[in-house]
Design a protein around this ligand. Structure first.
Ligand SMILES: NC(=O)C1=CN([C@@H]2O[C@H](COP(=O)(O)OP(=O)(O)OC[C@H]3O[C@@H](n4cnc5c(N)ncnc54)[C@H](O)[C@@H]3O)[C@@H](O)[C@H]2O)C=CC1
Ligand SMILES: O=C(CO)COP(=O)(O)O
Length: 345
């Protein structure tokens, strides 16, 4: 029986713990607050994050990294991206062996704009990790925890390690695909949150399904444009971590990013919205990161740019939509894209 240490007792860490527990793993989950540890261990619930869900008894919470990590063959990181580097520094002090590290966070580090796998590679010495694998795709915790059919993708530069993680998670409710394009999977998962904020904002303004379909389609184009420039495989964005996650996040009532955008579209100030959410909304910081990366790399990302102006410079959302609609004429198929495709096929 495998032991998995789960770092992060929020919605996603808990939902993935249920999948692992269903698969017969021993799951040790790290929670910072003693009341949450007690709730998970005695009531078998995590009410704040997954109301009405009963947790399997083989999920045990601990308030210390040492206890969680002891003997774990796998470590799953399910934290808000902004908390990961600090958490890794604490965790690594207590790590005395060499597990496979899996992360499932969807964002870029604030200020450095690094991917999560890059942070892990910097903070966890090679002697303390067997490899790094990312798990991503269209998967709201609320549905995964109810064992509703879900598909995800796991990616690692070495296919064997992705397959090992596929074996760990796959079951009748949770179907896992593999990919070796870790960069593309991380970029797709992080940047779809920007477009979900935009889709929420459009709905909050009262625009219709046409507007949302436009945002999703052109949003995917700009995600792929940046991703391919950074070195991703273009077809990754046609997969679960690309269009798949974009669909679920832009259209689901569960999405925190969509809900945040919706409230802003309805005229609520960003700070007030974030405070009232009580859970992480990754897309806000990721908008800033993607805007900066796009500027540095001279990649055109019109939706991201307008959203940046709305979130951080007080631009009116209606004006942002007008400016997007009034852009210069362009061809749908970019010749640059064809060049990139030709590089691969
Ligand atoms: N909720 C979902 O449906 C999904 C979330 N994700 C991603 O998973 C990541 C985590 O998201 P959620 O679990 O939803 O967030 P959440 O807001 O539900 O929970 C975050 C948890 O992290 C804990 N935490 C924060 N800072 C910490 C630190 N320094 N050390 C230890 N624990 C800390 C919090 O106490 C909380 O328990 C995000 O990147 C999100 O985009 C990915 C797929 C689905
Ligand atoms: O990534 C997710 C679903 O795949 C969760 O999205 P939100 O963070 O917007 O809720």
């Amino acid at each position: 029986m495998s032991k998995v240490a789960v770092i992060g007792a929020g919605s996603w860490g808990t939902a993935l713990s249920i999948v692992l527990a269903d698969n017969g793993c021993e799951v040790a989950i790290y929670a910072r607050r003693q009341e949450q540890v007690d709730e998970i261990n005695h009531q078998h619930t995590n009410h704040r994050y997954l109301p009405d869900i009963t947790l399997p008894a083989n999920i045990v919470a601990y308030p210390s990294y040492r206890q969680v990590l002891e003997g774990a063959q796998y470590v799953l990181i399910a934290l808000p991206t902004a908390a990961i580097r600090t958490a890794l520094r604490e965790m690594v002090k207590e790590l005395d062996h060499c597990p496979l590290l899996i992360h499932s966070s969807k964002g870029l580090e604030p200020d450095t704009y690094k991917r999560v796998s890059e942070m892990i590679a910097e903070e966890v010495p090679e002697s303390k990790r067997r490899g790094i694998v990312v798990l991503s795709g269209p998967s709201h915790a609320e549905e995964v925890s109810r064992r509703s059919p879900t598909t995800v993708v796991v990616a690692a530069p070495e296919l064997k390690q992705a397959e090992e993680v596929q074996d760990l998670f796959i079951n009748q409710h949770f179907r896992v695909y593999t990919n070796t394009d870790m960069l593309g999977v991380e970029i797709g998962g992080a940047l779809k949150n920007i477009i979900a904020l935009g889709a929420g904002l459009s709905d909050g303004l009262g625009y219709g399904d046409n507007a949302k379909a436009a945002l999703m389609t052109r949003g995917l184009t700009e995600i792929a444009r940046l991703g391919v420039q950074m070195g991703a495989h273009p077809l990754t964005f046609a997969g679960l971590a690309g269009v798949g996650d974009l669909i679920v996040t832009c259209t689901s009532r569960h999405s925190r990013n969509w809900r945040c955008g919706y409230a802003i579209g309805q005229g609520k100030p960003l700070n007030e919205v974030l405070q009232s959410m009580g859970m992480v909304v990754e897309g806000v910081r990721t908008t800033k990161a993607a805007y900066q990366i796009a500027q540095d790399k001279k990649v055109e990302m019109p939706i991201t740019k307008e959203l940046y102006h709305v979130l951080f410079e007080g631009k009116s959302p209606r004006q942002a939509v007008d400016d997007l609609m009034g852009r210069g004429r362009t061809h749908e198929m970019e010749s640059r894209f064809f060049d990139d495709f030709n590089r691969y096929f």
